[in-house]
Design a protein. Structure first.
Length: 319
């Protein structure tokens, strides 16, 4: 049995963890159960996030069931986190946990992944019995392996709100381009400062040489920033889609699904962006992306795809 313990992160990272755990479960012919801590952030508790989609797994378990099924593994996991939380030296404490204690945790049937450039599939461990899985697992291989299944599962449970149906109708009847501008937590750390205005301007220019009459649908967590810098779209038609979604009670899950209806994409270095372009069923879609995912030469990441068009970026002092 696999128990996927979700961490305190947003929908994009949750979907990567889900894809990896589902892949393991299928390869090892075992059950998949998911546990969501009550203190999840970023709207990431199950009811507010993945619960909006039609995901297929064996069970959603509570804390009592986690304790019973994991045979204390969750306590070992929490112990290692506590051990590192006060002493970490890296930019991400989770990476330090993996580097320091990953092998010891494997011996306890606890499988973690926080270092984006480190990978293991753990088949032998999973086949031995119940395992606790937790981490980022940001690797395109697992999502692509399950592509058909995931695209059938990552659809909304409820019918679209009226204004959202109108927005999707517009997206479906034009050369729609999803532009994802992520700021929020990204401007608080240098690690993710990659996609500045120059990147978006260059991406828009490159796309306009390839796509006729594009309409740009802007999805962002900083509406004012985009409106203040709308000149990067060089007079082309722009629709502020995030404003429509949020004004009509939309959730992050609904926004991701609507993004995925677009035909082409200018993405940010964000797992949320990655899943949006993944969900698109457009056979001739074009995806423009930054040629680096992290503002650090020591971190590469595994989210790049061969079909993308890459825009050169330089280390950003600001966004």
């Amino acid at each position: 049995m696999i128990i996927l313990k979700m961490m305190k992160y947003g929908i994009g990272n949750q979907l990567f963890a889900y894809a990896y755990a589902k892949y393991l479960a299928q390869k090892c012919a075992t059950n998949l159960n998911i546990y969501f801590p009550k203190d999840m952030m970023h709207e990431s508790d199950y009811n507010n996030a993945l619960g909006k989609f039609q995901l297929k797994f064996d069970g959603l378990i509570n804390k009592k069931e986690l304790i019973r099924l994991s045979n204390g593994k969750h306590l070992i996991n929490e112990f290692f986190f506590h051990l590192t939380s006060k002493t970490y030296r890296t930019i991400d404490p989770y990476i330090e946990i993996e580097h320091r204690y990953g092998k010891q945790m494997e011996k306890c049937n606890i499988l973690i992944n926080y270092d984006v450039d480190h990978w293991d599939e753990y088949f032998d461990i999973v086949r031995k019995g119940t395992v606790l899985v937790s981490g980022y697992f940001q690797n395109t291989h697992y999502a692509r392996y399950l592509e058909n299944e995931l695209k059938q599962e990552i659809v909304l449970v409820k019918e679209y709100r009226f204004k959202h149906r109108v927005l999707i109708g517009k997206i479906n009847t034009c050369n729609s381009v999803c532009v994802h501008v992520r700021r929020g937590d990204y401007i608080k750390t240098s690690l993710h400062k990659v996609c500045n205005l120059t990147y978006y301007k260059d991406a828009v220019s490159a796309l306009c040489t390839r796509i006729k009459n594009p309409i740009f649908f802007i999805f962002t967590d900083d509406q004012k920033y985009v409106r203040d810098n709308k000149m990067i779209f060089d007079g082309k038609e722009v629709i502020y889609a995030s404003e429509i979604v949020s004004a009509n009670g939309g959730t992050a899950s609904e926004e991701l699904f609507i993004m995925g209806q677009c035909k082409h994409f200018i993405i940010s270095n964000s797992s949320f962006s990655w899943w949006a372009q993944f969900l698109s069923t457009e056979s001739n879609k074009m995806v423009f992306a930054p040629n680096k995912w992290y503002n650090s030469d020591s971190m590469k990441g595994r989210l790049f795809e061969s079909s993308w068009e890459y825009i050169d970026v330089v280390n950003s002092i600001g966004l």
